[in-house]
Design a protein around this ligand. Structure first.
Ligand code: T6T
Length: 319
């Protein structure tokens, strides 16, 4: 896990832009990106990277996303996209099972599917799968948290929902690392926030009340971390209960600088978006497509957060 990296681009919610041909000549490749959650900094930064690459390659890119990280909201969006027959679809499926049916429809329409960030269980869906190595990321979070608590004490994990491939992989990496190399750390298991900031706060408040000896928290994604952090802040547990959070949105970076959280695992959503457009164009043009592309991540701490190469990986709400 490199200490520092650099990638990023720009973004819009639902727009279309084209390069070269201006106005979408017939041979212009048309791509739609369906985010996991519209307006959330991870996916907005991803859309930035995709848009910059689309501009470079003269691709007409349309970006859409549900208002909640929820397959029942993402499915109708996919269905309407499929009806519009783009050449390719970049998507972060919000559930490993529930999104198989709508994506199978897209595949049957010969729309080239590229999975960005999350995946579905059906391995035949997705010509390319581009994502952070989340098991590795979860293990890195375990090492960082164990270091923060001196290798002893009870730790809790907060995730979004079971069935989200990325956070499930982070939990797997975290648990395996704790079990294998941190005998002094007591594992209290995982609780689910349903990607709701308020729910994450409620979970932490209940955990603190139930177990004043709680030493550490691993929050497996942006909203879980933001909620867990504000609960620690309100409970006056700054630095007393250590926390490591996945992602690096503006709220999390502020919590890092305020000493609420001790380390963040920043992904490269911009790079995932850019590589997604590249793979989509290759697929549409019948060129070589790379089935699996793992992207890197950076451990961000109060010590390195202002270093230029780290600042570049912090997520943005807009471009
Ligand atoms: O952690 C990211 C993303 O990788 C995950 O799949 C869902 O949650 C985020 O979008 C952050 O909220």
């Amino acid at each position: 896990m490199r200490k520092a990296m650099a990638v990023l681009g720009t973004l819009m919610l639902i727009t279309a832009c084209g390069g070269g041909g201006g106005g979408g000549g017939t041979d212009q490749v048309r791509v739609t990106l369906v985010q996991g959650l519209a307006g959330e900094e991870f996916y907005e930064t991803m859309a930035c990277g995709a848009r910059a690459k689309a501009q470079e390659l003269g691709v007409a890119l349309d970006v859409q996303g549900p208002q909640k990280f929820d397959p029942t909201l993402q499915t109708p969006i996919v269905n309407s996209v499929v009806a519009g027959k783009p050449d390719a679809l970049l998507i972060a499926p919000t559930d490993v099972k529930a999104m198989i049916a709508p994506l199978t429809q897209a595949k049957q329409q010969d729309i080239k599917i590229i999975l960005v960030d999350t995946v579905v269980e059906d391995q035949s869906i997705g010509l390319s799968r581009i994502s952070t190595d989340n098991v590795k990321g979860g293990a890195a979070a375990a090492k960082a948290l164990s270091e923060q608590i001196g290798g002893k004490g009870k730790v809790l994990v907060i995730s979004t929902d079971p069935g989200v491939s990325t956070v499930d992989a982070r939990i797997k990496g975290f648990e395996e690392e704790i079990r294998a190399n941190h005998a002094g750390v007591g594992y209290l298991g995982v609780q689910y926030s349903h990607n709701d900031v308020g729910e994450a706060s409620r979970i932490v408040n209940a955990a603190l009340a139930k177990d004043p000896g709680l030493a550490g928290i691993f929050a497996a994604n942006l909203n879980s971390a933001t909620g867990a952090g504000s609960a620690l802040q309100q409970a006056g547990k700054l630095g007393e209960v250590k926390m490591v959070g996945f992602d690096a949105g503006p709220a999390q970076v502020k919590q890092l600088k305020d000493g609420v959280v001790q380390a963040l695992i920043a992904q490269l959503p911009g790079e995932i978006g850019a590589k997604g457009v590249e793979q989509a164009v290759a697929a549409v043009k019948g060129q070589q497509v790379t089935p699996s592309i793992p992207t890197d991540a950076t451990i961000v701490t109060a010590q390195n957060v202002d270093q230029p190469e780290v600042r570049r990986v912090l997520y943005k709400a807009g471009c």
